[in-house]
Design a protein. Structure first.
Length: 291
């Protein structure tokens, strides 16, 4: 008599579309065109993963804000430079007078949670569990030197940590960790969606600015540019091992990390993604339906 071990239970095949939105500062505004294309197709992602700017936009979309609404909201915020700068000043950690008083607070450093409260659409809820679409926000555990994925609990601290760019946004304390920019360790978090969706679409905006004048970069430009070079290198290495089903790379490489006031131009440069998403995703979904 021979013994046959029981067969493992068959896992259900994942269905639907998973969407990964990458880090890249102002270039992440290009994600909005991808969201508009999904809306026009009538495709609602079953899960979203976002890193840094991708987490900021991904959270709003997961809350039920449409791509078109996000475009109007972003352009409305950024249309008035003086008003937006006032918002940033309200979100600062310290005051310029602190430098003279010896308190040591960085007068430029921004409190990410305060900033999100000022710039997120009103529909964004307080907790992950209240989102219409499951979201994974990717930050970096500074002391653990690894990525930290958040899918439950308070939303703002996780996303603020995900967007905590060194020297610009203060680190966030959450779950016993100090969180910094998710782009440091996981700039294009499509792997968080493996096994959760039949088709994984990822939008990569990690590339640093190219085609600029061959001059010595200014201090902030050097700091952020070096980070973008690192993020691009990490993403290229990730893609050598595996890749999302559809990889989108908007033509926004000439924009800098903090070029938010060029939002109109960034969206125009990314417009080619609209038909690219419809074509590539349409073909992929049609192929799955035939299988």
């Amino acid at each position: 008599m021979t013994f046959s071990p029981p067969l493992p239970a068959l896992l259900p095949k994942p269905e639907g579309v998973g969407l990964a939105l990458g880090a890249g500062g102002a270039r992440g505004l290009a994600h909005i065109v991808v969201l508009e294309a999904l809306d026009e197709l009538g495709v609602k992602p079953v899960a979203i993963a976002g890193s840094s700017m991708g987490a900021v936009i991904g959270a709003a979309y997961a809350a039920g804000v449409t791509g078109k609404q996000l475009r109007a909201h972003a352009l409305g915020l950024l249309r008035n430079r003086a008003n937006f700068m006032t918002q940033l000043l309200r979100a600062r950690v310290g005051r310029f007078s602190d430098l003279l008083s010896g308190l040591g607070a960085n007068p430029v450093l921004i409190d990410g949670e305060k900033l999100l409260d000022l710039v997120w659409p009103a529909q964004v809820p307080d907790r992950f569990e209240q989102l219409a679409i499951p979201l994974t926000a990717v930050a970096t555990d500074f002391h653990g030197r690894r990525d930290a994925l958040f899918e439950t609990g308070p939303l703002a601290p996780a996303v603020a940590g995900s967007m905590a760019i060194a020297g610009l946004v203060k680190p966030v304390s959450a779950d016993g960790m100090y969180l910094v920019d998710g782009g440091v360790t996981n700039p294009l978090p499509y792997r968080a969606l493996i096994g959760r969706a039949a088709v994984i679409v990822a939008c990569d905006v990690t590339m640093g600015p190219i085609g600029l004048e061959a001059a010595s970069p200014r201090p902030f430009e050097a700091m952020f540019g070096a980070a973008q070079i690192l993020q691009g290198a990490i993403t290229r290495e990730m893609l050598k091992t595996d890749a999302p089903d559809i990889l989108l790379i908007p033509k926004v490489q000439t924009f800098r990390t903090l070029d938010f006031f060029r939002a109109v131009k960034i969206l125009e440069a990314a417009e080619h993604l609209r038909e690219e998403v419809k074509r590539a995703l349409g073909e992929r979904l049609e192929s799955l339906n035939r299988a």
